[in-house]
Write a protein that binds this ligand. Structure first.
Ligand code: 13P
Length: 256
């Protein structure tokens, strides 16, 4: 399947299920969600289930090629003795078109480094997957006024191994760590300020190729706040955790 995430500037709604919903739950979710969300040309829907539930989600999408799927993490090596890991070619073979890279839980729970995110982005692109590079500052970094410094560092490092033309096809998610799973959302103005800085840096790094890269906001997005966040300048979509786990609720968000 050809994926061209940057073609129309329509909002992207991405669900990150994290470590929730096995294949049975995933099947039930998809049955309900697909009845509540009819195909719409003016938005892109993307689901990141646990890798073991990817097949169940994809089975449900046979008639709904408008909805894209991805995995939440990959290893940077293509194959080998890395017990428990999933490579980009394996994810692509299983039907994933996208992959989250550098999610804050990977960085702060599992100690993933900037260098590793660069290797993962490169491995994803080499396997034909679209990486969604996640960046975001911790609360103490925001309080010290370091938000932009941290985000720009993560961005530059994560994209370091890609050519400008390859950078044009990535997705970026700005997820302030203090807003993830806390019920505390960045205000549209706060999100906007960081998105504008990210856009400037993308153009700094990749010139014209950085102009249309979608930048999603994530962190306690729900049906009540999604509209105001999507209306904020520079916000091209949302990456949703907790509120994407309920099929009806997710359909409400995606239809907003
Ligand atoms: P919540 O929507 O649960 O805050 O999670 C955000 C997130 O980390 C999505 O990747």
């Amino acid at each position: 399947m050809t994926v061209s995430p940057n073609a129309p500037r329509s909002p992207i709604f991405a669900a990150n299920w994290k470590m929730n919903s096995g294949p049975s739950e995933a099947r039930t979710f998809m049955r309900v969600f697909l009845t509540r969300y009819a195909r719409r040309p003016d938005r892109t829907v993307l689901i990141f289930p646990p890798a073991l539930s990817l097949a169940a989600v994809r089975d449900a999408l046979r008639e709904r090629t408008d909805i894209l799927t991805g995995v939440q993490n990959i290893h940077w090596e293509a194959k080998g003795a890395f017990t428990g890991e999933i490579s980009a070619p394996i994810a692509a073979d299983a039907g994933a078109t996208h992959v989250l890279v550098g999610h804050s839980e990977r960085r702060h729970v599992f100690g993933e480094t900037d260098e590793q995110t660069a290797k993962k982005c490169a491995a994803a692109v080499a396997a034909g997957l679209v990486p969604m590079l996640c960046v975001g500052e911790k609360l103490e970094e925001r309080e010290r006024g370091e938000t932009e410094t941290v985000v720009v560092r993560q961005l530059r490092a994560g994209l370091a191994a890609l050519s400008n033309a390859q950078i044009a096809d990535v997705l970026i998610a700005y997820e302030p760590v203090w807003a993830i799973g806390t019920g505390r959302t960045a205000t549209p103005a706060d999100a906007s300020a960081v998105h504008v800085a990210i856009r400037a840096e993308l153009q700094n790094v990749a010139g014209e190729h950085g102009r249309a890269i979608p930048i999603l906001y994530g962190g306690s997005v729900n049906a009540q706040n999604v509209r105001s966040l999507l209306d904020a300048k520079g916000v091209d979509g949302v990456l949703v955790g907790g509120a994407s786990l309920d099929a009806e609720g997710w359909a409400t968000i995606v239809r907003s």
